[in-house]
Write a protein that binds this ligand. Structure first.
Ligand code: PBE
Length: 270
């Protein structure tokens, strides 16, 4: 019933993900910036898997739901959902996914560093791996298939990159769907040049710490400037921000498109 107030229908609850995610900090800031706390709106901590499963059920029964949503992610392909407008820019304006390395990598491994300065793609391309992995395919297999299907792009990425002859490279990442796709692709690309690549999933905070302390060489999973902004600030000078490898990422609150009267975070107040 669209005339009914939204809050009571969903217990004033925004369905979120893991507490360590930057988007949860954004959602918490949104609660205060849009004065949602006076109505007792709250942010529920869970996991990406639990959130998307709750979303799946809500959509199935056409029930209202408010989630923490982001792109690139298959939730926007699989479900008819929309971002809520964020006129106060609590979730930032432009967000990109960056490649970062430890400070000494450029000197120790110029070829891999060169490759990292050349590696970039877009959300549509990333989705080709992400959707297959969501459908149950092994990330390494999906990454290999991407490489086979995009020879010209692969040639550019690897242009002038010297062979590794077994040299070890260690990537760290957070096991978000987008980063599972990009990190596995980078692994396959560098392995095709003869590098011995390990990829290690960890919490966001640990990922940044391991780059800053030289425990890992690089990561392609830094969402900046807003989502992981606090880590970039904390470790300023202790990592190298190589480049944005994907432009046009976005985080925010999202709802199913059938919630026609809810288009902005400020609409949650009524
Ligand atoms: N995410 C996916 C992450 C960055 C990538 C939006 C869940 C976060 O909020 O930290």
């Amino acid at each position: 019933n669209p005339k009914q107030k939204l809050g009571p229908q969903i217990n004033y609850t925004i369905t979120g993900i893991d507490a360590g995610a930057g988007i949860m900090g954004g959602a918490q800031s949104a609660l205060s910036a849009y004065h949602l706390q006076k109505d007792n709106w709250q942010l529920q901590t869970s996991s990406t898997a639990a959130m998307t499963s709750t979303l799946d059920k809500a959509i199935k029964y056409k029930q209202p739901i408010v989630i923490t949503g982001w792109q690139p992610h298959w939730m926007f392909t699989k479900y008819p959902i929309k971002f809520l407008k964020d006129p106060k820019h609590v979730f930032g304006k432009a967000e990109n996914i960056h490649t970062i390395t430890r400070v000494g990598l450029k000197k120790d491994n110029p070829a891999v560093y060169k490759f990292l300065t050349q590696f970039h793609w877009n959300a549509t391309q990333m989705s080709q791996i992400m959707l297959k992995v969501n459908a149950g395919e092994a990330p390494s297999k999906a990454a290999k298939a991407y490489i086979q299907a995009h020879p010209a792009q692969v040639k550019q990425w690897l242009s002038g990159v010297k062979a590794g002859h077994g040299k070890a490279v260690k990537f760290t990442y957070v096991a978000w769907d987008s980063e599972i796709a990009s990190t596995n692709l980078v692994k396959q690309l560098l392995e095709s040049k003869g590098y011995k690549v390990t990829i290690q999933p960890m919490e966001a905070e640990t990922m940044w710490a391991s780059i800053a302390t030289n425990a890992a060489d690089a990561s392609v999973s830094a969402w900046l400037p807003t989502t992981s902004g606090r880590y970039a600030k904390q470790y300023k000078g202790q990592f190298v921000d190589v480049r944005a490898n994907l432009h046009g990422a976005k985080t925010g609150l999202a709802v199913p498109k059938y919630m026609k009267n809810i288009n902005s975070i400020s609409d949650l107040v009524n």
